[in-house]
Design a protein around this ligand. Structure first.
Ligand code: C5P
Length: 216
């Protein structure tokens, strides 16, 4: 059995919420399960795990240091602070690419704020890319793993992502993974190796992925 004994592992999970006003936000359907199962699998392999998660309904995994955040900017700040101490970082979070340019202090009122028409225009600004930033700061001893959720051209987009974000491994999956207990993934390695796993429970995907990251 391979092991991650005493290795420090950072995992991101879940969606982020990008607040529009005190009650509304932009987000996505991520449940956080893949990241939480990876945290469980890494602990079982002997790692010291820190899980930075967006808003999800899952309980803290046993033996994991859990940091709960709301927005992409919160997640970015937490990860940048933690990364220098890490041996491995696995980014499963479905981070919102954009956030509202302004967060309204009060609940936006249809007539008062949005005008009397039938449309409303939101101005959005780009969120920082956590994985790409860690890719720039990565040291030789650190392993960086990204996820790629693609609805078309999965392998080509995933390969491109690996290069752009300086990852060692990319886990490609389809939108059917969102909110599902199952996942079918393809692993793309930096050296060009491609490995397709069957349709598995997410805890099985997590165990397989963690075993690939452990020195044999
Ligand atoms: O570019 P895209 O969002 O498809 O990349 C997906 C990968 O990048 C995932 O590993 C995700 O966790 C990570 N990511 C991130 N910060 C962002 C956007 C994506 O860490 N702002």
């Amino acid at each position: 059995m391979t092991s991650l004994h005493n290795k420090h592992v950072l995992i991101t999970a879940g969606p982020t919420w990008e607040m529009l006003d005190p009650v509304r936000f932009l987000s996505n359907r991520s449940s956080g399960l893949m990241g939480f199962e990876l945290a469980n699998a890494a602990v079982k392999a002997g790692a010291k795990v820190t899980l930075v998660t967006g808003p999800v309904t899952l309980p803290d995994p046993k033996g994991v240091s859990v940091i709960r955040v709301v927005s992409a900017q919160d997640m970015y700040r937490a990860c940048l602070k933690l990364f220098p101490k890490m041996d491995i970082a696995i980014m499963t979070a479905a981070v919102s690419d954009y956030r509202p340019a302004k967060v309204a202090k009060h609940k936006i009122k249809k007539c008062l704020d949005a005008g009397s028409g039938t449309t409303m225009t939101l101005k959005l600004v780009r969120n920082p890319d956590i994985l790409a930033t860690l890719g720039k700061r990565k040291k030789k001893h650190q392993l960086l793993v990204g996820f790629a959720l693609e609805s078309r051209n999965m392998l080509a987009y995933a390969k491109d992502k690996m290069k752009r974000k300086n990852c060692d491994l990319i886990v490609a999956n389809a939108p059917s993974a969102l909110g599902s207990p199952l996942n079918q993934v393809t692993l793309l390695y930096k050296d060009g190796q491609v490995q397709k796993l069957g349709k598995l429970e997410k805890h099985q995907v997590a165990e397989q992925l963690i075993s690939k990251l452990s020195p044999s």
